[in-house]
Design a protein around this ligand. Structure first.
Ligand code: MEZ
Length: 575
């Protein structure tokens, strides 16, 4: 392996692990002034940060050309939030000024990386060629890269961010799969039919059934594949998310975060098998010849260059972090925050116009019901899957917590203050490692008794106690008389002190529409034919999830279709 690849891998892994462990870039900062640059609407944005005694004490723009009132407001907002958070990792782009916001965030990231002792790239890239170019190093891209490189293709992965992982870095959930060895070992009776039906029902039957069949049929196989020694994942724990009839969300032992687990393993496997991952390299165009995709144009700090390739796989993610695009497709979502990383801006959609590629179901945008109001960190549905309940500001349950996200979110937004509390006990906490991350981030409100917890939440203690007692009775009887919650998600009595709560509200989580693909992950033209040389996988595609995605189906989707895209591209190389 070349030494610059090793260095890049190390840097990536560091960023991933530090981001995931506390959702903040937490490495010590060196004192001094550090400059970073990013590309805004009208050119380069240059920032300078001042670090004193390990803290960022000043952040200012020293050069930019973004003059509009909205962009000025966006810049002020981002700089203030950056100083408060000492990080960019949880900052959102500002609606109406997404390009300026992204440029500024990129510049701050570069300055921060320098303050942490990492020099940004001094590599110069030239025009080159390879077998397969992959756009995006999230889990779909990394899976495709691993599969393609392992089967002998010469692969270059282009990632516009300074780290691999995309949204998968923040995925605490799991990978839905049915009829797996893990389920069998745990005595879970599931079937492919049930997985198919749940996914279609969750998607309001708007899903493309052929893609859902593929997802379901390949699901047990991908769990096996990820656990093979060349990747080495552990998917031995199996939980449940909203809308699933059975426990089928595969994740590491103890209920650990799936993204934190898979991203480093997949990036290591991709590189070890010979794929090259180029960070801070943004694809700005897909090259077309006679209607086929034959390469990409890339922009990086040193300029632009072209890569000719025999296949292009788009794995660049969705657009939940692009408020303008979100609002263009769903005006009702104006002003909502997002759980997504700031790179999820949907850049690929403009690049495929010249191919006459079909976009499908762009208006289906999911909001996740349980995002911490204090930190903006998404609280995984696994907390509910492992037995927590939701109560409103009056201390009452108000919904089947294990319903699909649209239903739970709508119920929260209808309630007082448009917030809810996830309430659970010590036993739930011990059942799910992911909760320790929330404890570290200071999100848990704790009471030695229910009375104490109620006091801290400003809720009448008798009402809260009644809610838990009633739920415990339903749990013991295996039937939720009030809301019909699936007993498979009512694991045990909520009775072991201390008790905990997290205040939550909905935020934009997943864009379910995107490029129309066929079951071979070929991108489809509006005329119904596949576009030669062009493949896609993950959140950039549409149709798999229909109108509402089930929790745990995204990780399955990105891994399964990432691998399929690679297999289809590999097949085309043989022609
Ligand atoms: O698939 C997801 O989006 C998921 C399981 C999220 C979560 O609540 O952890």
């Amino acid at each position: 392996m070349k030494s610059n690849k090793l260095l890049k891998l190390f840097i990536s892994l560091f960023f991933i692990l530090s981001c995931i462990s506390c959702n903040r870039l937490s490495k010590d900062l060196h004192d001094g002034t550090f400059v970073g640059t990013g590309r805004g609407h009208n050119g380069i944005i240059e920032v300078e940060i001042l670090v004193e005694n390990g803290k960022i004490t000043e952040a200012k723009i020293i050069n930019d050309h973004e003059a509009s009132e909205i962009s000025s407001k966006a810049k002020d907002h981002i700089l203030a939030a950056f100083l408060k958070d000492q990080s960019t990792s949880m900052l959102d782009v500002v609606s109406g000024a997404s390009i300026t916001s992204n440029g500024l965030l990129d510049a701050l990231d570069m300055a921060l990386a320098k303050a942490q002792g990492y020099e940004t790239t001094t590599v110069t890239y030239h025009d080159t060629s390879c077998d397969i170019v992959i756009i995006g190093a999230g889990n779909a891209g990394l899976t495709a890269a691993t599969e393609a490189a392992r089967n002998g293709a010469n692969v270059i992965v282009l990632e516009k961010m300074d780290t691999v992982g995309g949204n998968s870095r923040f995925s605490t959930g799991g990978l839905n799969a049915a009829y797996t060895k893990e389920q069998e070992r745990l005595g879970i009776k599931d079937s492919k039919t049930s997985f198919f039906n749940d996914t279609m029902k969750g998607g309001k039957y708007m899903n493309d059934p052929a893609l859902v069949h593929k997802l379901v049929d390949e699901s047990a196989g991908i769990v096996e594949w990820l656990q093979q020694p060349f990747i080495g994942a552990d998917l031995s724990d199996v939980g449940i998310f909203g809308g699933s009839s059975h426990k089928r969300a595969h994740r590491p032992k103890g209920g650990g975060a799936i993204g934190a687990h898979l991203v480093p393993l997949l990036s290591k496997a991709a590189v070890e098998n010979g794929a090259e991952i180029r960070l801070n390299n943004k694809v700005i165009d897909i090259i077309e010849e006679n209607g086929a995709a034959v390469g990409v144009t890339v922009s990086y700090s040193g300029g632009k260059y072209n890569i000719r390739s025999r296949a292009v796989i788009i794995a660049s993610g969705g657009f939940a972090a692009n408020p303008d695009m979100v609002v263009m497709y769903q005006a009702a979502l104006a002003g909502f925050g997002t759980t997504n990383h700031k790179g999820a801006t949907g850049d690929a959609f403009a690049m495929v116009k010249k191919f006459d590629a079909e976009l499908t179901q762009m208006e289906y945008i999911q909001i996740h019901p349980t995002v911490s109001t204090s930190t903006g960190i998404m609280v995984t549905e696994a907390v509910i899957g492992n037995g927590a309940i939701l109560v409103n500001k009056s201390g009452k349950r108000f919904v089947n917590e294990n319903e699909t996200r649209d239903i739970v979110s709508a119920a929260i937004l209808k309630g007082p203050g448009k917030i809810a509390f996830i309430v659970f006990d010590q036993k739930v906490r011990e059942s799910l490692k992911a909760i320790e991350g929330y404890a570290e981030a200071g999100m848990l409100i704790q009471g030695a008794t229910l009375t104490e917890l109620a006091g801290k939440l400003g809720i009448n203690e008798t009402v809260l106690e009644e809610s838990l007692n009633k739920y415990n009775k339903f749990q013991a009887e295996g039937k939720d008389e009030d809301f019909g919650r699936n007993p498979n998600s009512m694991n045990h009595q909520l009775s072991r002190a201390p008790f905990y709560a997290i205040e939550v509200a909905p935020a934009i989580h997943h864009t379910m529409g995107g490029l129309k693909i066929n079951p071979n992950a070929q991108v489809m033209r509006k005329n119904g034919n596949p576009i030669p040389g062009l493949y896609a996988a993950g959140e950039v595609t549409g149709g798999i999830h229909g109108a509402e995605r089930l929790g745990g189906n995204a990780v399955a989707d990105v891994c399964i279709f990432g691998k399929i895209a690679a297999d289809s591209a590999l097949k085309s190389l043989k022609k």
